[in-house]
Design a protein around this ligand. Structure first.
Ligand code: ADP
Ligand code: MG
Length: 319
């Protein structure tokens, strides 16, 4: 007999947490949480829809991981410490094995970031996963999109483009290709939220955001919020060896500029002392300089000293 809603919750979503700021977790009508004195509460939510944000048949561990990772990435982009999450799960049927695997992916990531699952909702419906994350940050240290100034240097973490390339490989449905380029596929299925980097940035960056819809499109948003433009140096674009090996230089470059789902951080630093700061940040993950903030409202690409047209921007759900 398939498990009912309450068995699913008590069996798979009621693991005790070690956090002492969870005064009441799963089981009552609502969770009760204690925000540390002097901190501001930070809240974000993101929804994953089957067929839209992940391919049908995606391994459930990855869906659990991603649903949390995209939310932790929003906390990272604000310079916040994630603390608690709520999970709203809509599933077509009570598939015990699927839910067990989904929960194991979610809890594995939650454990690594000391985040507690404190509540949620479980309903029957199309496969849709919504996670809400709550965290905190020092009120004066919030990382925002709108603080970049002309002359600030522009950086991105990790290897943007790899996740979109991984999606392309999964869609091609060639097991041989996927095996040959497993690192790219893994990047899509198990993105690493840059929480530690975001915490460091809150004291030195002038602006930051996470790259979910593609580097160019998200840079355009950062520039709009900061009322400025930017120049991207295409010669120094961080095209990973794995990406170039799988798709060749030109396509790889397009993945870097336009691919979504990487959940890397895009941020700006004032030029003074930037080099030293970047050296320190690189202890957390690779950091790449990609350009500079300019006056005006344009995004310009520079290659070999000459201006080149940039490809159209990132992903828009309603385009
Ligand atoms: P309500 O009737 O108040 O909506 P539910 O019966 O839906 O409560 O849920 C019972 C308890 O289980 C609540 O504490 C709720 O937060 C929690 N819960 C339900 N679904 C999940 C889930 N998928 N993950 C974590 N907690 C959940
Ligand atoms: Mg409910």
């Amino acid at each position: 007999m398939p498990l009912g809603e309450f068995e699913l919750i008590s069996r798979f979503f009621s693991r005790p947490s070690a956090r002492d700021d969870v005064l009441l977790g799963v089981g009552d009508d609502a969770a009760v949480l204690r925000v540390p004195e002097g901190m501001a509460l930070v809240a974000a939510t993101d929804t994953l829809v089957e067929g839209r944000h992940f391919l049908p048949g995606t391994e459930p561990e990855s869906i659990g991981h991603q649903a949390l990772a995209v939310n932790l990435s929003d906390m990272a982009a604000m310079g916040a410490v994630p603390a608690w999450v709520l999970l709203s799960l809509s599933i077509p049927q009570s598939d015990e094995e699927w839910v067990r695997r989904f929960a194991s992916g979610l809890y594995a990531l939650a454990g690594r970031f000391d985040v507690a699952l404190v509540g949620g909702d479980t309903v029957r419906g199309p496969l849709v996963v919504t996670v809400e994350v709550l965290g905190f940050v020092e009120p004066g240290k919030v990382l925002r999109r709108g603080g970049a100034r002309p002359g600030d240097l522009l950086y991105v973490s990790g290897s943007p483009g790899e996740a979109a390339a991984g999606l392309e490989l999964l869609k091609a449905a060639s097991p041989a290709l996927q095996a040959a380029h497993g690192a790219l596929v893994r990047k899509l299925l198990y993105a690493e939220p840059r929480v530690a980097l975001g915490r460091e940035l809150r004291t030195c960056a002038t602006s930051a955001m996470d790259v979910s819809d593609g580097l160019l499109g998200d840079l355009a948003k950062l520039c709009a919020a900061s009322e400025c433009g930017a120049r991207i140096d295409l010669d120094g674009l961080p095209v990973s060896a794995a990406l170039e090996a799988a798709f060749g230089r030109d396509r790889a470059e397009r993945f870097v500029l336009q691919g979504g789902d990487d959940y890397e951080l895009l941020f700006t630093l004032p030029p003074d002392g930037a080099e030293m700061i970047v050296r320190a940040l690189a202890a957390h993950c690779p950091i790449h300089p990609i350009g500079v903030i300019e006056t005006g409202r344009r995004l310009r690409g520079l290659r070999g000293g000459a201006e080149v047209t940039l490809p159209g921007d990132g992903f828009d759900h309603f385009a």
